[in-house]
Design a protein around this ligand. Sequence first.
Ligand code: FES
Length: 137
Amino acid sequence: MTPDRRTFLSQAGLAALAVGTGALAGCGAPARTSPGAPPAANTLSIPASSIPVGGGTILDNANFVVTQPTEGEFRAFNKMCTHQGCPVSDIQGTDIHCRCHGAKFSIEDGSVTNGPATEPLRAARAELDGDQVKVSA
Ligand code: FES
C-alpha cells in the first residue's frame, strides 16, 4: 500500500525532526560530567601526613584544597577560584595559586594575596581525627 500525499509529508516531517534533534544533540554545550567519571567528593578523609606543613594539597577528585599553615593546624577551602571559577592549580610558598589569571590566596585563611580575584576562597571544614583530616563542605 502506498501512503497518500498527506501521510507521506507527515512521516517525512517526523523523520526530518528526528534527524534534526539528533544533530542538535551532537553539538552545543559539552556534557557536564564525563561518562564513567566519579563525581567530585564533598566529604572525605585524607592522611594528615599528605598535607605539607606550611603548604597544602589540591585534591584531584574532590572540590577542596587542604592546607596546614602550621603543624597540626589544618584548613580547607573550595578549590574553585572566586575570580572566574577555574580550579586552583598549585601551591606557591604560602599561597594557593590559580593559573588562569594569576590570582593567589593565603593558605592560612583563603584571603586574596594577589588579584584579579577580590573574594577569598570559600572556607570548608577540616578536622583532625587521629591521623586523618576529615574535610567537608
Ligand atoms: S579564574 Fe582564577 S584567576 Fe581568574
